[in-house]
Write a protein that binds this ligand. Structure first.
Ligand code: ZN
Length: 403
C-alpha cells in the first residue's frame, strides 16, 4: 500500500465480527466509517445546499466524472478552482471513473437486462466503439463525440480535484458469459495499471486512488481481480460490477469478495445503499457505500421507513396519508419529521411542490445517516449483531441503537 500521509489514511478503531468502525482522513477532513456517501452526480446533491448536507452529518459526497466531463467540463471546473470550490462543498469528495455510465450506455443496466429491456435509445447518446484504448461515445446532451480511457478518466478526476479518484474499469453486463467476463476482467486489470501510471506521473499529490474489483459473479475471476488490485498499491478498494440478479446473490458475492481483500485498506461498495444493504454490507466488512436511492426516492414521493416487509419505504402520496397529523416516521430527528405533518408532506408531494421533494430528500438522507451512525456506535460497543437484527426486524435506527 502507498502510505502518503498527505493523501489519505484509514484507521480502523473498532471491530465486531467482520464489521469495522474506522476513520478516513482526507485533505478535506475526516470521514467516520461505516459511512453512506450521498450522490452529487452533477455537482449538487439534488435540491439541497452543501450546508444542509453537512448539517445532516455527511462528510463525503460522490461526484460523477461522466456527467461533469460532458458539462460543464473538467477543464472549466479546474479553471474555477476545482469541484470543491465550484460546488461550495469543503468536505471530502470521491469521484467515480465514468466507466459505469459508458458501459451502461452500451449494455443497459442490470435491471434492464434482468427485465429483458434493451439499452437506452441512441438519441440519448450512445457508445460508438469499445476497444483496448478506451470507449468512444456520443454525448447525450449535444451529440458531440467523446473518448474516455484510463488516462482521460484520471485526467478529468485530477481536474475535478477529488480527494478519492476511482480507476476506470469495464462494468461487464450481467448476462455476459464466463469467457467474456474473464477477458473483460483482464482488460480492467490492464486499465488499472494505466490509471496508476498516469496518476503516478501527473495526478494531484493529495488525491488518493481506489482500485475496483470486478469479476462478475465468478469466484475465481473475483479472486484474480481482488489479488491484482491489492497488489497494485492502491489507497483503497472498491467492489464493483455485476453482483447478481437479486439481493441474496448480491450479499453472497459481496461477502465472498470482502473475504478476498487485505484487512487494512478502506473498502467501498459501489452503487449499493438501501437500508438492509447497508446493515448487511457493514456486517460483511464494508466501510463505505454510495447509492442514488435516498435522494431518488425523495424525488418520487417515497419516504424511507422501518418497514422491512415493504423494502424499507412507503409512498407518501398514497391517500391513507392525507389526514395523518404525525410525522413521516415517529422519532425521526429530520427537519421534515420534527417540523411538519405527514399530511403536509403528502399534500406537497401530490401537488409536486419543490418543498415536498426537499423535505423527503432531507428525511431520506437523515434516515440513512442515522442508520450508519447507529451501526458505528454499535460496532464500537461490540453489539453490532443486535443492531443488525433489530434493523432487519423493523426497528428504526434510533430505536435499534438501544438494543
Ligand atoms: Zn424524518
Amino acid at each position: 500500500m502507498r502510505t502518503d500521509p498527505d493523501r489519505l489514511s484509514f484507521e480502523i478503531v473498532a471491530r465486531d465480527g467482520d464489521a469495522r468502525a474506522g476513520v478516513l482522513t482526507t485533505p478535506h477532513g475526516t470521514v467516520e466509517t461505516p459511512c453512506f456517501v450521498p450522490l452529487a452526480t452533477r455537482g449538487s446533491v439534488k435540491g439541497l445546499l452543501p450546508g444542509e448536507v453537512a448539517d445532516v452529518g455527511y462528510e463525503m459526497v460522490l461526484g460523477n466524472t461522466y456527467h461533469l466531463m460532458l458539462a460543464p467540463g473538467g477543464e472549466r471546473i479546474a479553471e474555477l478552482g476545482g469541484l470543491h470550490e465550484f460546488m461550495g462543498w469543503d468536505g471530502a469528495i470521491i469521484t467515480d471513473s465514468g466507466g459505469f455510465q459508458v458501459f451502461s450506455l452500451a449494455y443497459g443496466s442490470v435491471a434492464d437486462e434482468v427485465k429483458g429491456r434493451r439499452g437506452r435509445p441512441p438519441l440519448e447518446g450512445g457508445v460508438l466503439a469499445i476497444g483496448e484504448e478506451g470507449v468512444r461515445f456520443r454525448s447525450y446532451i449535444d451529440g458531440s463525440e467523446h473518448f474516455l480511457s484510463p488516462e482521460r478518466s484520471m485526467e478529468v478526476q485530477a481536474q475535478l480535484g477529488s480527494d478519492i479518484a476511482l480507476v476506470f474499469d469495464e462494468c461487464t453486463p450481467f448476462r455476459a458469459d464466463y469467457d467474456y467476463t474473464a477477458r473483460s476482467t483482464e482488460r480492467t486489470d490492464r486499465w488499472l495499471r494505466r490509471c496508476l501510471d498516469w496518476h503516478g506521473a501527473e495526478g494531484p499529490p493529495g488525491q488518493a486512488v481506489f482500485g475496483i474489483v470486478q469479476g462478475g459473479t465468478h469466484e475465481d475471476l473475483r479472486r484474480q481481480s481482488a489479488e491484482s488490485v491489492a497488489a497494485a498499491g492502491v489507497d483503497g478498494i472498491a467492489i464493483g460490477g455485476t453482483l447478481g440478479e437479486d439481493k441474496e446473490q448480491m450479499r453472497e458475492i459481496v461477502g465472498m469478495t470482502v473475504g478476498m481483500l487485505p484487512a487494512d485498506p478502506a473498502r467501498h461498495l459501489l452503487g449499493i445503499g438501501e437500508p438492509d444493504d447497508l446493515v448487511e454490507g457493514i456486517a460483511a466488512g464494508i466501510d463505505s457505500f454510495d447509492c442514488a436511492v435516498p435522494t431518488r426516492l425523495g424525488r418520487h414521493g417515497m419516504a424511507l421507513a422501518p418497514l422491512p416487509e415493504r423494502r424499507f419505504r412507503y409512498d407518501v402520496r398514497k391517500r391513507r396519508n392525507e389526514e395523518e397529523p404525525g410525522p413521516l416516521v415517529a422519532g425521526c430527528p429530520c427537519p421534515a419529521c420534527t417540523g411538519f405533518s405527514r399530511a403536509y408532506v403528502h399534500y406537497l408531494s401530490k401537488a409536486e411542490e419543490l418543498t415536498g421533494v426537499r423535505l423527503l430528500t432531507l428525511h431520506n438522507l437523515v434516515y440513512s445517516r442515522e442508520l450508519v451512525a447507529g451501526a458505528r456506535e454499535a460496532i464500537v460497543a461490540g453489539r453490532y449483531g443486535n443492531y443488525r437484527d433489530a434493523i432487519m426486524a423493523g426497528a428504526a435506527p434510533w430505536e435499534a441503537a438501544g438494543t
